[in-house]
Design a protein around this ligand. Structure first.
Ligand SMILES: [Zn+2]
Length: 293
């Protein structure tokens, strides 16, 4: 079975065919355009490249409103905000299912990743920002409008920096890749990528290790509240920062041990995602196959 997945990101649009066992057979990439007409042109090119498919799923950034099938808030892709995205996609792919990138990533882990076989789990994607989803008995409950699980915008630091959502001290200002990069720059004056900071920490650089300890502790702060609320069977961490899971693990677990009594009694397994780089396309394909809408 060919499951077509399309991942719309701030810099690239990736599309690919995934099998019903989660194997990514073929992918292609396009630069994210700046107009809706160009966007529809890319969708038509995707259809030409992958003409044989059983279902189509699309992951989009920002707040996806289910009833109107529009993105209500997407600061990284301004031309898609408030645009007729659902309509435009279905003119090319009738029956396509669309949702927020973190929701589709949750479906990806549920059907093709480390969430397979679980009744429920919390997914947290640690990228430029922090996204999330709670998988519960074959679906992700998405709230009144589709906006649920914006876990990155839980306020964790009342003294924290301003966030893109308009608030201050949100979880993603303390425990995302951007937070890691900012904290390292504040400490050393150097602007490095998350990957470079991770490499330095592994090589034993003290400043890099201390920044990872700080971010790992903040990761624990947000997870402590979420685990107390949800008592999930497992927590799956995706996104770029999950590649450095072992650098975050100890401070995260120490905070949970001391501050989440549900964690102490329930002991949910906390693990990195299986899909990682493929999460966007495979997640979208899983959502197209098993999602709602
Ligand atoms: Zn925020």
């Amino acid at each position: 079975m060919n499951l077509l997945g399309i991942d719309v990101g701030g810099t690239d649009i990736d599309a690919g065919i995934v099998t019903e066992t989660g194997e990514l057979k073929e992918t292609s990439s396009w630069k994210t355009p700046s107009t809706l007409v160009e966007f529809q042109g890319i969708l038509m090119e995707i259809k030409e490249k992958f003409p044989v498919y059983h279902s189509v799923g699309v992951g989009v950034p920002g707040l996806w409103e289910e009833e109107t099938q529009t993105i209500r808030f997407a600061p990284n892709i301004p031309f898609l905000q408030e645009a007729r995205v659902g309509e435009v996609v279905r003119e090319v792919f009738p029956g396509a299912r669309i949702h927020n990138d973190a929701t589709v990533a949750t479906f990806g882990e549920a059907f093709f990743g480390n969430g397979r076989g679980l009744d429920n789990f919390l997914m947290v994607t640690l990228g430029t920002g922090i996204g999330g989803g709670f998988f519960l008995r074959s679906e992700v409950p998405t709230g009144a409008r589709g906006f649920a699980w914006e876990v990155g915008h839980i306020r964790v630091n009342s003294m924290g920096v301003k966030c893109g959502c308009g608030s201050h001290g949100c979880w993603e200002t303390e425990a995302s890749v951007s937070a890691l990069v900012r904290k390292y720059r504040e400490r050393t004056g150097l602007s490095l990528t998350g990957r470079e900071i991770s490499k330095r920490a592994r090589e034993g650089e003290k400043e890099a290790q201390e920044v990872f300890e700080d971010v790992g502790r903040w990761l624990g702060v947000g997870l402590a509240s979420l685990i107390n609320v949800l008592d999930p069977q497992a927590v799956i961490l995706g996104g770029g920062l999950s590649l450095s899971f072992e650098l975050l693990r100890e401070p995260m677990l120490a905070f949970l041990e001391a501050n989440s009594y549900v964690y102490r009694y329930s002991r949910p397994k906390i693990m990195p995602a299986l899909l990682l780089k493929k999460a966007g396309v495979v997640g979208a394909a899983a959502y197209g196959w098993k999602g709602k809408g």
